[in-house]
Design a protein around this ligand. Structure first.
Ligand SMILES: [Zn+2]
Length: 265
């Protein structure tokens, strides 16, 4: 599953390629032929991301809504157009480049009302300047669910994936099992600010980088994160514990991120 920064990076890239251009839209694989025909030969007015959802806007108000899910992938190619590789659900051809999208979970045309309904279901996106973190804070403050689950729930707060979740909570010294409602407001503000900080670095560098003073370039993955998939805490030297959160592996330093007191029966 791509984390939010990769989708935002694709949106910015595709915006640069397509905004203002009339696009040839097709479905080489055939499963999206009807939707493609509706958008074909229309001018793209912009591309943006809401969480992990990609939105291509077209003149007249219709949008192409794409969610890659676990297995979807995007390929950008220079023109002249090469043959499609694999089952290309939708091909967008601009003036200089094309984009092929294979295997998305969602690929549909929405009108403005349909788009509003989708956006309303997505939590505030840490990478969007217009995000309202209060929407996330008020849901977290009312929830007994652990903060590790809440911040990766895209309807609570959008953009954070599995690696960022582990890294942000470690950086903030918060155990992932801490119930949302037990966290002080200042802690929520720190989580939000750190998520914005780290995901913006992710978009800029096209890589997950969660240590401060990371060497430039992409470097080796292990040199760019603090505790994800590691055995020893870089802050205290203690052993990192592996835990499971919603069937995804996560990591915690029991010393730096004290477990919440057990709830009284
Ligand atoms: Zn530690």
């Amino acid at each position: 599953m791509p984390e939010g920064h990769t989708i935002h990076r694709a949106a910015r890239d595709h915006h640069r390629l397509f905004a203002g251009s009339v696009l040839a839209v097709s479905s080489p694989q055939g499963r999206f032929s009807e939707g493609a025909a509706r958008l074909d030969e229309r001018r793209c007015t912009g591309v943006e991301a809401f969480g992990k959802h990609l939105i291509y806007r077209f003149e007249g108000g219709d949008v192409l809504h794409v969610h890659l899910g676990l297995f979807g992938r995007i390929r950008k190619r220079r023109l002249p157009a090469p043959d499609p590789v694999g089952a290309v659900r939708v091909r967008l051809v601009g003036d200089t480049h094309l984009v092929d999208i294979n295997g998305p979970t969602i690929c549909e045309v929405l009108d403005p009302d349909g788009l509003s309904a989708v956006v309303a279901r997505i939590g505030p996106d840490v990478l969007r300047a217009d995000a309202d973190p209060e929407r996330a804070f008020s849901r977290i403050a009312r929830s007994r669910t652990g903060i590790g689950r809440l911040i990766m729930n895209q309807s609570v707060m959008a953009g954070i994936g599995n690696i960022y979740r582990t890294e942000i909570l470690w950086r903030q010294g918060i155990h992932p099992d801490t119930p949302g409602r037990d966290l002080p407001r200042a802690a929520l503000e720190r989580i939000w600010a750190d998520a914005v900080h780290l995901l913006e670095i992710g978009v800029r560098r096209n890589a997950i980088v969660t240590i401060d003073d990371a060497p430039p370039g992409k470097g080796r993955y292990r040199e760019r994160v603090n505790i994800f998939n590691k055995d020893v805490c870089p802050a205290c030297g203690g052993a990192i514990a592996r835990i499971e959160l919603d069937a995804r592996r996560a990591f915690v330093c029991p010393a730096c991120q004290p477990a919440p007191a057990a709830a009284p029966d």
